[in-house]
Write a protein that binds this ligand. Sequence first.
Ligand code: NFE
Length: 503
Amino acid sequence: MKVDIGPVTRLEGHLSIHTTVENNVITEAKSMGEMFRGFEAFLRGRDPLDAQQITQRICGVCCYAHAVASSYAQESAYNLSVPPNGRILHNLIQGANHLYDYLLHFYQLSALDFVDVTAILEYKGSDSDLTVLRDWVKTELNSKTAFPAAPFLPRLSGRYLSDAQVNIGALKHYIESLEIQKKANRASAIFGGKFPHATAIFPGGCTQSPTIDNIASYRSLIFEVRNFIHQKYIPDILAVAKEFPDYWNIGKSRGGFLSYGLLPLGPQLDSKRLFAPGVLFQDNFARVDFDAIQEDVKYSKYSSPSGLKVRNGELTPSSHKTGAYSWVKAPRYQEKMVEVGPAARILVDYHQNNNPKIKQLVDKFAGLAGIKAENLNSVLGRHLCRAISAAVIADFLLEETERIDLKGQHMAQYNLPKSGEGFGATEASRGALLHYIKVKDYKIKKYECVVPTTWNCSPKDDNDQPGALESALIGTRVENPDEQIEANRIVHSFDPCLACAVH
Ligand code: NFE
């Protein structure tokens, strides 16, 4: 039986998933990006110093990661020496964005795969958020419209959290998290200028000056976000894990893991990072080599040659190409499929014993849940790795503010060189993000982005190997093949952003 479970909602952009189900098991899965954008084409010929502004428009969620990756690529191309404050301000802006993004993903985009929203109908208390929610859900359910205004109705059939108080508590946190996300975004905007799409992130540093006042405002906002992470976000994930332990083994991707590392601890781009970079195939670890990355297009809607290395990338759309089923390309590392994202970031760091806090949190939660590190490659693992990332980043941001030198520079002074090329690699919330720029005669000659969701939601490659999400779906048992709540939970655990993936 072939089932189209798309368009999948509660994600960014347009993603369709087609599955083939035999005897209640998914035997084939196709991840289909349904939109073309073309940033790499229209960047050509422009002023290179516009790149970190234009590429931020790839996305309204992870825009700062694009600004940072573009700045890194240009810093490398222009051979810039960035003052320590400049790098710290990049980190403060980007780190706060990760906190916002993890909360958005858990509460608004995926918690309701597990939380029973109908539990609110039994609410008898006087909390105004909850009474408004109860009346809204009641009206929507009674209206029986096919497309209710409430984004989480109608629900897919399946088992949800059973305890009414746990469900109602999670729904209250769903609402509270919106205010907390606003605080994280305000913190980013203190140094970034605004959210989304920072004006102050620049190759060579940040155009906003740090002051005692704006540092104090930033810190007080991050403290509030940090408290929410520890008091509500992590306990809510553990409550889901307690009742759905099978999801430590559901949604396992069948390739390696890639992370570029996140938040440099010094001004140079090759400084040690808070989260270490690396590539993992089973237990074989290697340093990242950008020249090992290629983008296949056998099943993607492009007529440009397949398997091009990043610096040779091309973009020739071909909407009717035979056999092609997605606008997303298929990046591969040494021709192999890898997963990127929170689980990859944590597993790559854990394997190297880089950050003691990460090791301690992984071991603590693995002990609580009775799992091993390898179970982080799963639906629950991805959720838990986001929460671990959030806890580690929030502490780091508070420490990082103390390293600002109020008398120091925060921008490098430079003249744009006539030519140059550079790679810029960071971790967006959804995983490994690479920008490449080639400058000729003061203009952009080539610009390439290899984006987290492009890796995770890729179609099959030239060797017919499925993408990470496709591989995680194959083999999954589905109770109700028409609806596939299990498949939806797997898709959401990757937090796809198709707007980014097709860029
Ligand atoms: Ni549009 Fe993004 C992140 C990037 S995902 S959200 O995180 O880059 O592909």
